[in-house]
Design a protein around this ligand. Structure first.
Ligand SMILES: C[C@H](O)[C@H](O)[C@H]1CNC2=NC(N)=NC(=O)C2=N1
Length: 112
């Protein structure tokens, strides 16, 4: 699935280990997401986004937050004046699910 196709999907309720992606699925999806990396022992994906000022950083955070609430899937965010790190992991499966990749692709689409 390419980045555009992924970004057009929606998160599904996914609860339980059976929804955790296998390492080869993770690698395949990650290959299509520019700049995203594995974190937390393969249980999360992360990317740090850079902005010229706080105003634009906050705009990005608000856009990500709006999307996350609509999808009912929520990132960990860490921000400073000119950057925001976005981390996706699915607490309900204890690792990575397709929801994390759908939301990462939606974040890319916000900036495209
Ligand atoms: C009830 C609600 O749908 C769940 O708690 C959702 C909310 N947002 C979530 N966000 C993330 N990142 N992982 C989850 O497992 C998760 N679960």
């Amino acid at each position: 699935m390419n980045l555009t196709e992924l970004s057009r999907q929606h998160c599904q309720p996914r609860k339980g280990k059976e929804h955790a992606l296998a390492p080869d699925q993770v690698q395949e999806l990650l290959a299509g997401l520019p700049g995203w990396q594995l974190a937390l022992d393969g249980k999360a994906i992360v990317k740090d986004f850079r902005f010229p000022d706080f105003h634009r950083t906050l705009g990005f955070i608000n856009a990500v937050g709006f999307m996350a609430n609509r999808e009912d899937h929520h990132p960990d965010l860490e921000a400073g004046y000119g950057h925001c790190q976005v981390l996706w992991s699915t607490h309900d499966v204890g690792g990575l699910s397709l929801n994390d990749f759908v939301c990462a692709a939606k974040v890319e689409a916000l900036l495209a």
